[in-house]
Write a protein that binds this ligand. Structure first.
Ligand SMILES: *Cc1c(COP(=O)(O)O)cnc(C)c1O
Length: 376
């Protein structure tokens, strides 16, 4: 009797950082070693250099490094004087931190529905939510897909637009990068983001020099000089080691984003004809595919079938923010934001990361075809 062994890649992760880190290990170790020798472990020259390089990359005058994306969001809201009694418009379809940052500064997040085509917020949803208390619009370039920034600026009527670009490092619209449209852009360098540290990190990008000076103070105990504290600030400083690591990785970001675009295009090609919905991209935009989400009416069965074949998937995000227990006090009801709720119940993120091979991608697509053709 012959036993046929079906070759199967042992396991395809949603995101796998090992290949990237093995490749960069000598450079990362050298960068970390230099920091150890320098005897400076918080902020310092590597951070200042990283700020310059990241600002140039994003096409803005200033970048301010902090210790997380959440800190970046909080500081921007605070620096704009947003707090108690103020409303900030936030998508319901996003990661918790977007809404949490608004609540952390004492303001009220006003959650709005998604545009059914892009799954992001659009001008219609925003304009309906504006009240006399609205102080800012906190938009999210979710999945690495760019928001329709020109439309949002059109309805914002002079209100501040803050970009949550935590998933969109390098994404562009009409040649301008994420983080360069609004009053400020907020980035996260959580390890799995398109640009990730070996730990937590974040940054704010902006043009206004006075706001930049205030943000630099706020991240470091409100410090103006060593012993003079102009206002009550925070300890949201970036570790020197993370700045050194990010400088090594920033050199590769364009190449990695390019690879993500190839993979996303291959997914679209290979999955054509299956009952899967995918978000539309805003015309003129260049997404960076932090995630590759698809909507499927049989999401949980589909995910289980992929898991049986060794394919890991994720859900970004299963509970829209207006229905999160943490925001229960705001009184939203199920059914109130139907598009975001439908996305939450149907979305599934397929594996995508720059080191993923086309063979692995084809394996995922074959498993998807098998599921829908009753073979999986
Ligand atoms: C990751 C992320 C954040 C938060 O960043 P942290 O660095 O984890 O604090 C905020 N918004 C979005 C959309 C994110 O994906």
């Amino acid at each position: 009797m012959t036993i046929t062994v079906i070759p199967q890649p042992s396991r395809i992760s949603l995101v796998d950082l090992r290949a990237q880190h093995e490749l960069l290990r000598p450079m990362l170790e050298a960068a970390i070693s230099t920091v150890i020798s320098s005897n400076c472990f918080v902020e310092g020259e590597p951070m200042e250099r990283f700020e310059r390089e990241f600002a140039d990359y994003c096409g803005v005058p200033h970048a301010i490094a902090v210790d997380s994306g959440t800190a970046a969001l909080q500081l921007v809201l605070l620096s704009l004087g947003i707090g108690s009694g103020d409303e900030v418009i936030v998508p319901a379809n996003t990661f918790i931190a977007t809404g949490a940052a608004v609540a952390q500064v004492g303001a009220t997040p006003v959650f709005i529905d998604s545009d059914p085509n892009t799954w992001l917020i659009g001008a219609n949803e925003v304009s309906r939510a504006i009240t006399t208390s609205t102080r800012a619009i906190l938009g999210v370039h979710l999945y690495g897909n760019m928001l329709p920034m020109h439309d949002l600026v059109g309805v914002a009527a002079g209100m501040s637009i803050i970009e949550d670009a935590a998933q969109a490092h390098g994404g562009a619209l009409d040649g301008k990068r994420a983080g360069s449209f609004g009053i400020a852009g907020c980035f996260s360098f959580y390890p799995a983001k398109n640009l990730g540290a070996l730990g937590d990190g974040g940054a704010i990008t902006l043009a206004d020099p006075e706001l930049a000076a205030r943000l630099r103070r706020l991240r470091n105990h409100g410090r103006k000089t060593k012993y003079e504290h102009a206002e009550i600030g925070f300890n949201y400083r970036m570790d020197t080691i993370q700045a050194a690591v990010l400088r090594v990785k920033l050199e590769y970001l364009e190449k990695w984003n390019q690879r993500r675009r190839q993979l996303a295009a291959a997914y679209r090609e290979n999955l054509r004809g299956l009952p899967l919905h995918m978000p539309e991209y805003v015309p003129g935009s260049e997404p960076v595919h932090h995630l590759f989400p698809v909507c499927c009416s049989e999401r949980d069965r589909f995910a289980a079938s992929l898991a049986e074949r060794g394919v890991e998937t994720g859900i970004h995000y299963p509970v829209p923010l207006h229905l999160q227990p943490a925001f229960k006090h705001l009184g939203y009801k199920t059914g109130q934001l139907p598009v975001a709720e439908r996305i939450a119940s149907q979305t599934l993120s397929l594996p995508i990361y720059p080191e993923m091979s086309m063979q692995q991608l084809e394996y995922v697509c074959d498993a998807a075809h098998d599921f829908f053709h009753g073979r999986g």
